[in-house]
Design a protein. Structure first.
Lengths: 177, 163
């Protein structure tokens, strides 16, 4: 009895299994989807994109030459702005090989000596913050730079000015070597 | 049932890795890189042979005339117009090679501007300088550009990594 029952059962099972696997392959579920060309394409795409990725993020610092050297450009934007904010305060930062010196409104602040390796940017920042408190409307700073100063130091000095809310940076010319 | 088939097949055919997950990973990577790629926008390609200074500025670069100052050459739009050593030895603020180039470029733009109202001479410049060039050289370049009507500068810098 049990044998006769057991007899057809495996056969039925086999039969059902056959149908299931047939149905599976007909629906294309797991078996023979050839991914190789797709993979090839993706790998080529990735290598192409990786070579094109720019790792250095670029930014710019904007500034204009003083008006007498030539007009045009963004000066129209800067002009009315500074006119609205009343008389401009004249602050000059001297950058030399020995360090910084801030000259403003006819007086000299204490010089900021250069450290053993690098300029003392935090201290310059403190001074500029104090100046900003004293003259809240001031936005212009003239940088008077010695001709041997390295570009990176100029940029970092400009950064300090910008961080302390002196956005209009002017470079003083006429310092010949 | 299934395992039985796989076990029977495996030695006969070559091993099959799970392609689906691999493809998933690669597709995600492709999308990630594509996104990076498009937002980056190659407005300015950093010139070869020079290291830009690092700055905290976040202003996006614009597409303008491009002057690069490497340790050896001064280049305008990729073509060398002057040698750095030569210019460092010369007194005064003029760089003849660069001045000639800028003048030509300005005349060209102004001529085009006569016929096309969308074009106008703005005097905008992007300057890429190596982080070790002296101010003397930068000043010469700025003065030369200023003398030729270019007075709105963008100094290209590479962003600080801290976000």
């Amino acid at each position: 009895m049990s044998g006769s029952v057991a007899g057809p059962a495996p056969g039925g099972g086999k039969h059902r299994g056959g149908i299931a696997s047939k149905g599976g392959s007909a629906m294309g579920t797991p078996i023979d989807l050839d991914m190789t060309p797709m993979m090839n394409m993706l790998i080529i795409l990735i290598s192409f994109l990786v070579t094109m990725v720019v790792f250095t993020q670029l930014a710019v610092i904007k500034f204009n030459l003083p008006p007498q050297s030539g007009g045009g450009g963004d000066q129209a934007q800067a002009g009315p702005d500074s006119a609205q904010k009343g008389p401009s305060v004249d602050i000059t930062v001297l950058v030399s090989e020995n360090g910084f010196q801030i000259i403003g409104e006819g007086r000299k602040l204490d010089p900021i000596p250069k450290g053993t390796k690098d300029y003392d940017y935090p201290r310059l920042g403190q001074f500029m913050r104090k100046l900003k408190e004293e003259y809240p409307t001031a936005e212009d700073v003239v940088l008077l730079i010695d001709s041997a100063i390295v570009y990176q130091d100029i940029i970092t000095t400009m950064d300090v000015m910008r961080e302390n809310k002196f956005p209009n940076i002017l470079l003083s010319g006429g310092v010949y070597r | 049932m299934k395992t039985g088939r796989q076990r029977r097949r495996a030695p006969a055919e070559s091993a099959k890795p799970q392609m689906t997950s691999l493809v998933d990973v690669l597709t995600v990577l492709v999308f990630f890189l594509l996104k990076n790629f498009s937002t980056e926008g190659d407005i300015i390609t950093p010139a070869k042979n020079l290291e830009l200074p690092i700055s905290s500025s976040k202003i996006k670069p614009e597409n303008t005339l491009n002057i690069a100052i490497s340790r050896k050459h001064i280049m305008a739009e990729g073509t060398p117009v002057a040698l750095v050593d030569e210019e460092l030895g010369r007194q005064g603020n003029d760089i003849p090679g660069l001045a000639r180039y800028l003048e030509d470029k300005r005349k060209q733009t102004e001529e085009i501007a006569q016929y096309d109202k969308n074009v106008s001479f703005t005097g905008k410049l992007t300057i890429q300088g190596d982080r070790l060039i002296p101010y003397f050289l930068l000043q010469k370049v700025l003065a030369t550009c200023g003398a030729n009507g270019y007075s709105s500068f963008s100094l290209a810098v590479s962003k600080k990594d801290v976000e």
